[in-house]
Design a protein around this ligand. Sequence first.
Ligand code: ATP
Ligand code: MG
Length: 354
Amino acid sequence: MAELSLHALKKRYGPLDILHGLDLDVRDGEFIVLVGPSGCGKSTLLRMIAGLDTVTSGELRIGGKRANDIAPQKRNIAMVFQSYALFPHMSVRENILYGPKVRGDDPKRTEERLKKAADILNLGPYLDRKPAQLSGGQRQRVAMGRAIMREPDLFLFDEPLSNLDAQLRMQMRTEIKALHQTLGSTIVYVTHDQIEAMTMADRIVVMNAGRIEQVGAPLELYDRPANVFVAGFLGSPPMNLLPARRGADGRLAMPDGTALPLPAPDGGEFLVGVRPERFRRAETGGLPLRVGVVEPTGAETHVFGTIGETPVRVVLAERIAAQRGDLLPLAVSPEHCHLFEAASGRRVERALAA
Ligand SMILES: Nc1ncnc2c1ncn2[C@@H]1O[C@H](COP(=O)(O)OP(=O)(O)OP(=O)(O)O)[C@@H](O)[C@H]1O
Ligand SMILES: [Mg+2]
């Protein structure tokens, strides 16, 4: 088992700075999910941890030991990639046993570990099949079986479920979580999937352009994003960000004069963040949403529209009969408003009493 720590970790490819000095401490047995836009450096970071890419500067520690210069095969890390690349001419058993065989592991011990891996992953019935005779999820489990065989201190997963359909993803998500509970290993898991991130992680690390924006428990990040980037990145559909400044009555108001339910702090321009599902219909007054598109999903109704010039997206739990061009008055409670400084994008802490 292993804790992992990054200290001022940087990566440069030629003249390009890719990672700008990352600091992160991962506890032994922790399940960390890394999220961020395409190209922000997630795979690069995993490859550095695995030893497949060099560290430009800073320090990488695994199990308390400096690992910058330790060879990949000595790090006791298993990495599962998006393309799980099984050998097509080998059976599942041969695929899983390939690594231990190449390493010259003791055959009896290897057989025991195979049995354990097959049990955990429910692969018993498929051991003599070829990869072509398996479903996507079963192939994914074989790839994971290979990883488990290493009995690693640390698992690295790079979008392992992105090739699977929605139902299989859900099933594999549960299996990976169970695997983590059974083995107690430390996991760093990259995904683009919000639900995966929210449901699997002990802590989520949000990256953007080679930097860490925020680290925290899923609901902590959801409820108190540290900046506009995290606010917009986590949550689907994303949080609305309404431009606002001090209005005549000392409260915040949008450019068209629509009053928001927050007192204006000192300073100039702000963004008020409201998650789409936090809006309610108001009887009268409220925020006048000019309806653009109405999308009933069955369980809820998504409404896209504008308040003044500002595009706004609303998710209502009820069904509504609104048409394009209608005015739909909305309400939102002050405790469901997030406040950010417009210039820096940083969260402004405020007293709840408004
Ligand atoms: N070998 C390389 N040489 C030069 N630049 C590279 C190299 N590998 C990656 N990069 C660049 O580093 C940046 C980070 O890439 P990386 O693959 O880590 O992104 P990512 O966050 O995993 O993205 P995605 O979500 O699309 O997988 C990108 O701008 C990429 O073009
Ligand atoms: Mg990647």
